[in-house]
Structures are given as C-alpha cells and as structure tokens.
Design a protein around this ligand. Structure first.
Ligand SMILES: O=C[C@H](O)[C@H](O)COP(=O)(O)O
Ligand SMILES: C=C(OP(=O)(O)O)C(=O)O
Length: 461
C-alpha cells in the first residue's frame, strides 16, 4: 500500500513545468487549507470509471474524453457548463447509435486549469512577461500584476471545480441527459449546416426507436441518466498532493481532484515527480504519448505506473500528429501488446497538429485532425487492436479557432470568435462532424466482427 508523499519529499523531486511562487509561505498556507477541504470526487466513482475503461481496453467500449484546452474561472457559469455537456452528449449519442458501442463519457472539466508551456515568457512588442500558465497559476491579462504566480489561485481551482462538478452531477442525474431529449440537445443552436441536419436525422431515428421500445412495453429507467466523469492533467504537484486522500474502505490512496488524471507529454519522465506522485494513487490514469515515444518508454511507463496490471488503470493517449501517427504508433502498440498488458488506446488528434496561421493565430486544421483520427483507426485495423477512444479539445460554442470543417472556416475567419486562452478547440459543428467520422470508422471496422446486439447496453447511451 502506498503512502502520501510529504511536502518535503515532493519538493526534493525533479520538478518541471511548476509555478515559481514569490511567497513560499503563502503557498504553504494555501496547501494547509486544501489539505483540510473535502475530496472533490469519491474513490468509488474513480473505481467505476476504471472498470469502464477496462471495457475500453478490452474492445467492448469507446472513450470520449473532451473539453476545453484550459478552463477559466470566469467561464464557470450554468450556461457554459450546460453547453459543454450538450456537445459531448450529442457526440456520444452519435457514436453510440451509429456504431452501437457503449461510449464512456469523460470531460476535460472541473480541474483543467493549469497548462504546461513551451516557453516561460511571452513577448509582445518590447514587453516580456511570464507566460500565462492557466488560471490556476496566473492571470491571462498581459500585465505584470496578472502574470505573477499566485498560490491563492489554487483555492479558486478547488471552488470552481466543486461548483462545476456539482452542476454536472445534477444535470446528468437529474433528467437533463434523458435520451428522450436527444432532439433538444442541439435545439438551442441555429441549424445552419449539413452536420446539424445529419444530427437531426439521427435524433429522429433514435426517437422512433425509443417509441418502438415503449410500444413494445419496454420502459427502461436507465435512459434517464448518464455517467459523466471529470478529468484533467495532473500538472500542479502541490495541488494534486494536497487533494490526495486515503479511501476509508480500502485504505488505498486516491487523487481526489478528479476521477481520471493524466500525465502530459512534457512531464512523463520515468523518474520525474509526476510519475512518482501518480504511481501512488489508484485512479485511472491517462498518459500522453507524443511522436518521439519509443515502445520501450511506453512499456516502462506502464510498468512503473501499473505494476500489478490492474484492468482499466492505463489509458495511452497518442498525440503524434497526422504526419507521424501511421509511422510511430504501430511500433508502440505492438511493443506494449507483446508484453501481454491490456491498455486503452486513445487518439488525441489535436496536440500534434498545431500551427501558427499567417495572421499569428495558433490554430489547427480540421482536415489534419480527421487525418490523424483516420491514421489511428488504420493502424489499429492493421494490427487487429481496438481503437479505444478519442481525446479532443472542444467547446459547445460556435468559436472560430480551428480552420476547416463543415463551415469551411478560413484563417481570415479566426479573428471573429477566437476565445481560447491557450490552444484552439473544435467548435460545436466541427465536434459533431468528428463524431460522425469516428462513428463511421467504428461501424465499418471492428464492429463487423462482433454482434452489435450483444454490445448494446441502454445504460451507456
Ligand atoms: O495544451 C497544451 C500545451 O499547454 C500547449 O500546447 C502549450 O502551448 P505553447 O507551445 O504555446 O506553450
Ligand atoms: C498539454 C496537453 O497535451 P500534451 O501533454 O499532449 O501536450 C493537454 O492535453 O492539455
């Protein structure tokens, strides 16, 4: 059984991508407060998600993990939370119905407030200031005051995450996610594209199928609610350590800041502090794998973080880029599979496909995103392994941050609604379009070999 790492032990480890607080005593006071606060999630919920991810690893379910690149405190409003949920529920229903595979729903939500950055500073004209590292650390405004690293923000992360989780739980358990409302999930938006028409057709089909079930006397309460889990990058070691708790049932440790925690591409060093912290907790873990990943690295990470090979513990999130996925991913998958270990393989088609547009906006092309997703499916088809899921930066809003997609956004369009504080997200239409792309690949691939009726579980809709 693992023990909670002490503050001193943690601070002695090789730390990267961490804030540099000018006032260490203020940090300690904040950590004292966080340690006393209740956990944000219950260990049993983390176990439930781990079991569902074991099904993903086993080829029996598909993971949809999505949300903002960086959440902000300002955006914690009922309307924003509702829209984030709606886009993910809509995507999940597209994939579930079209592909007839249960979709495990996990948000990049209620904790995604810290960002690793390529550079410590940002320069505008002749002014250079600390880079914005997420609301957990400093402010987005380009002023010296806002950019100071302030530990008190960690308490705002806690309260914002708690408020978000509270509403998410109320929505998904309180009738908002009732499948019979599938039409209304998108009705708040103007219907202006082919992808929305495609969604409307699918919603009609689902409504007819439900009416048919009712006519046959099938009344299933499990259609009323869904399970929706929270995840974020466990980047801020002081915060994650302070929210580590002992589960009273099992005496095991859990990271209680979110159900699923992931380790980023920049902080997955085998002997680094992030791996050390997360190896001690029992949550399901994501590990980002970029284009330089070797099979040996992936195997070593899995062995270190999951020596007991607990089903559902490890999700490898490949973010290799459209140009590399077909070359690099097969060796990594083959290497890990050859050890006999079962992990969930998930595609993040965002982080390997970022570029700067001619007008200076950081963007991604929807065509590259689709190409990486297709590459991911191609690789799994060739290897006979299960393409277990999708990890995307997205929003339910009609922003203009990624070029292309059904509305054919150009680089000139980016300025009109570029709202992300870090990386560009798919907007609502691009997200739905991607869901249809994935659904088609799922339907035409692995599902040819299984009996869809055996896979169908109404609870997972
Ligand atoms: O989301 C991922 C990283 O935080 C982000 O891509 C870093 O962006 P940068 O290269 O602009 O620092
Ligand atoms: C920083 C992120 O990704 P990566 O570690 O893959 O760059 C992220 O998903 O927010």
């Amino acid at each position: 059984m693992s023990s909670i790492i002490s503050r001193e032990e943690l601070r002695a480890l090789p730390l990267i991508q961490q804030p540099s607080y000018p006032d260490r005593r203020a940090l300690d006071r904040t950590i004292d407060s966080l340690e006393k606060l209740p956990p944000l999630v219950f260990a049993g919920e983390c176990d439930d998600l781990r079991l569902k991810l074991a099904d993903v690893a086993d080829g029996k379910a598909f993971l949809l993990q999505g949300g903002d690149c960086a959440e902000t405190f300002e955006a914690v409003t009922a309307e924003n939370i509702k829209r984030k949920l709606l886009v993910q529920l809509s995507m999940a229903v597209v994939m579930t119905y079209a592909a007839q595979v249960p979709v495990v729903k996990v948000g990049r939500i209620a904790g995604q407030y810290a960002k690793p950055r390529s550079k410590d500073t940002e320069t505008r004209g002749d002014v250079t200031l600390p880079a914005y590292r997420g609301d957990a650390i400093n402010g987005f405004d380009f002023t010296p005051e806002a950019r100071v690293h302030n530990p008190k923000r960690l308490l705002d992360v806690y309260t914002s995450s708690a408020a978000t989780l509270n509403l998410v739980r109320a929505f998904v358990k309180g009738g908002f996610a009732d499948l019979r409302g599938v039409h209304s999930w998108n009705s708040a938006f103007v219907r202006d594209s082919e992808v929305e028409a495609e969604y409307e057709d699918l919603a009609n089909e689902i409504s007819r199928a439900l009416a048919f079930m009712v006519a046959c006397g099938v009344q299933d309460d499990s259609l009323d609610t869904v399970d929706f889990y929270a995840s974020h990058e466990a980047l801020l070691l002081e915060y994650e350590r302070a929210l580590t708790r002992v589960d009273s049932r099992s005496q095991e440790l859990y990271g209680c800041s979110g159900h699923m925690l992931w380790i980023g591409e920049r902080t997955r060093q085998l002997d680094g502090a992030h791996v050390e912290l997360l190896r001690r907790v029992r949550n399901p873990l994501g590990i980002k794998l970029g284009p330089t990943t070797t099979p040996e690295q992936a195997i070593a990470l899995a062995d270190r973080l999951d020596p007991d090979r607990v089903p559902g513990r490890i999700t490898f999130i490949a973010r290799m880029g459209a140009g590399k996925v077909r070359d690099v991913l097969p060796g990594v998958i083959a290497g890990v599979e050859a050890t006999g270990r079962k992990v969930a393989w998930v595609c993040d088609p965002m982080h390997g496909n970022t570029f700067e547009a001619a007008n200076g906006y950081k963007t991604r092309s929807f065509a590259d995103v689709v190409d990486e997703v297709n590459g991911f499916f191609d690789v799994h088809e060739q290897l006979g392994t299960w393409p277990g899921g999708l990890h995307v930066e997205l929003t339910g809003d009609d922003v203009t941050e990624c070029v292309g997609g059904v509305n054919r956004l150009s680089e000139d369009d980016l300025a009109s609604r570029y709202e992300t504080v870090c990386d560009p997200r798919l907007n609502r239409n691009q997200s739905l379009e991607l869901a249809f792309t994935v659904a088609k690949r799922l339907r035409s691939g692995r599902l040819r070999r299984v009996n869809p009726v055996q896979q169908f579980d109404a609870k997972e809709l």
